[in-house]
Design a protein around this ligand. Sequence first.
Ligand code: PMP
Length: 990
Amino acid sequence: MADPEMQQPWLLARPEVDLDRVRRHATEHFGLGGEYRELGSQQDRNYLVSAESGAGALLKIHHPVVTGEIVSLQAAVAERYRDAGLATPALLRTSDGDISVPITLPDGREAQMCAFALVDGSTLADLEAVDGAAAEHLGGFVGRAVDALRNLDHPSADREIQWELTLAPRVVAELLHELPGDRRDACLAAARRAAAHLEALDDLPRQIIHGDLTADNIMRDSSGVSWIIDLGDVAQSWRIAELAVLVADIMGRTGDLTIACRAVRGFSQQVAEAGFALTDDELDALWPLVVLRGAVLAVSGWSQLRIDPANDYARERIEHEWQVFSRTAGLAHDDVVAQLRLAAGRAHRRGLEYAPILTEQRSARVIDLGIRSADLDRGRWTSPSIETDLAREALAAAPVAVMRFGESRLTRVSTDVSAPAPTKARCVDLWSRPGVSVHAPFSGVLTRVGEIIELTDGGVTLRFDGLEADAAGIDVPDQGRPVSSGAVIGRIAERVPGLGRLRMLRRAMGAAPDPAFGAAGDEYAVAGAADPSPILGVPACPDPILRLREERRRRDRAMGGAAERYYAEPPQIERGWGAILIDTEGRAYLDMVNNVTAIGHAHPRLADAVGRQLHLLNTNSRFLYEAYADFTERLLAHAPDPTLDTVIPVNSGSEAVDLAIRLAQAATGRRDVIAALEGYHGWTMAADSVSTSAYDNPSALDSRPDWVHLVDAPNAYRGPHRGAGAGAAYARQVADRAAQLAEAGHGPAAFICEPVLGNAGGVIPPEGYLAGAYAAVREHGGLAIADEVQVGYGRLGAAFWGSEMQGVVPDIIAVAKAAGNAYPIGAVITRRDIVDALRRDGMFFSSAAGAPASAVAGATVIDVIVDEGLQENALLVGAVFAERIEELAARHPLIGAVHGSGLYRGIELVRDRESLEPAVEETAWICERLLDFGVIVQPASERQNVLKVKPPMTFGLRDVDVFVAAFEAVLTELGKRERRSLGEGFEEAL
Ligand code: PMP
């Protein structure tokens, strides 16, 4: 019997191999000993080699039809990808420096053996479901891959392989009999129809392509880099076939043409950036090729199983492959082509040019309603009439104004975070004067659907909302009437006095109409609401989800693993207002953690003051300018005692603490510092040395320098001393340690502690602690440093400073965070004699510390705190907050305590109120879950079981209501969840 592989070059079974031989050969040529595990393949043999030493590799025995020249073709393609910045696994070299080596198979044939470096990642197919944003990203990626191979020539690129789509009609015809009988007719008919469409097209651009760029052949590594793998189907083909393969794959996975259209959009935009565009013929060829790809997959899967029945990989894929076919073959060709053309930014029919809907549309002005729009600063976006106000302003300068498709409109963001509003525009708004004539952009059938008028042609339906047909004497019957392109179909109705708004939506292929606005997190385009922008000739907005994912990858790539960030899947926050944060999707959150932003986000007074100063001057702080003294004087006016008469500005809390320690050491001429455990004081060497929070530094206790001496954190809730007398007991530790140091001949330079234990979640030290500790350290000649970086600046309500609340006066105070409302400024407040001691050692200077813009920020923040009564607000709202949480605690035993004062609070969560076992996983879960309720809160303390509550000091009573409602809902849900997951372990349920 003749060898089937000779008759049909596409029927290739995996070669039989002798694994021992393979291993010997690979060891000899590639140095790849170790363990071999076979991976799936249609036609080759792939092995994952775990090397005895080193990184391991992927070893491939190609099918014997793959010659050394074809391996060199693949290498040339890989090189082009790399040159274009697209990652692809490195081909390992043999000991002779070759990229492949022949191996003789048991049947006497020769096959090429290659080895690749392993990629540490997963295929996109395993990582994520393909949604619209993912599809658009993939489309763009495939566009880059096509661009990378433009004009590549290779003598072996003309390959007769079954996956090369120009051969698809032949492959299907020859392998059709392999399909089960009930599938044959459908497959043949669809393939014939598709082939007939292709025959009408000639001269489709050709080039070398990958040929199988699907979610199975793109991997993502842990730093977010995408890798192209498996170059086995590389061949000269039609350029458009590369996109067709991806679209077919997406259709197979989702069955959703809108998602597939997003891939076309991504591809078209990418190639346009690269300087070329798909031709009309390519756009006509795309869908037939998608159908043919489905048909090839269908017939190949079955034939592969016949010639290689043991191929489990092929068996597992059969249903997915059939799905690719069945989900594409039934759709109406012309209607689909119209959608694909629109996705590519072209008119839905070849040769069609859209007539302007409004005569003066070409000079339309785009109104930016996006989250970052400068037109919406100063809280203007919160005004209910803002959209019409902006339209009116735009129409003063242009005849038509446009609000775009896909934009998450800041104007529609709900300031009530518990009731997010739909913000994502799935429509285009065209604003003009009432009575302006509206024209049909294309010929079609005009129908009335209630208040709306629809124009339909070939699967494309445009909906006009705000159009009065009767006003132009047009009768639109329910059963429809034909109109020609450019014909007047009505006039713009008046929406508000003097203004008309035509709201345009597009329905795809008979889908039901969708609301004009989607919620945050919703798909950008859905089946019912596709993008009408190409018909209107206006730009659409980029999908915010796409940008968000790219931002997450960018941040991961740039910062690496050591940089902290909130949330597993963080929202992209681009605007704030008061205590609200807004992400790029148009979702608002209540900011419960931002003690840095003391006076609230985007405070116009601060923005104006700093902006103005940046227009004037910003320079290093050695010059003489007004702002420096303005800031330092204002800060001194708030100093807890007149003896504290000197301020040195710095850039951050870490610097403030560092300088405080240095000042103490200089003033006392000593080194040793006593610090309370569990504190966090900053990242510089000195600040870090006195930081022992196990969360920030798990090995802190073993790595303290010899000049640091630790005492217990004065935590009377869960520390060693509780109840009456705890303050004195903790203070005694400080006294004992100071005495020991003095006896040893090196008394303490300082004692440092937060006056309210910020890191522990706002735990207030027990009565008498600070007074006792300060007295003890001073008795032995040391100084008292108060780290007020977190708790100072009025947030505690009852006092401006934590130390003030405790009735003590430190020698040195470190401040930052609130000082600049997240503008980088901090300060040390101390006595003149202490600073003078440092002068004896040399001068202090830090270039940007107290620079004009920073100093202006610092002065303005203090002014705002005073003028807006924010400390008083903190006292009032904080008291109500604590009361409400105490009420919740009566119903929810998880709440162990509410620590703190004013708007510096910690809600400590425990599994048991006796043992105080920290509810760590519950706290993490609650924080993640509260995000869904629009509340941003984070775990604190070294046990990570305390909810930090330190919102902007503008936090109001209404915000308290929102938080308490959300928290209660989440606690209740957690209670149910715990019961449900009893027995299977709570952690697993998280
Ligand atoms: N001290 C305390 C109490 C802090 O909480 C922090 C920051 N979390 C710092 C100092 C360090 O401040 P920065 O991050 O501005 O350097």
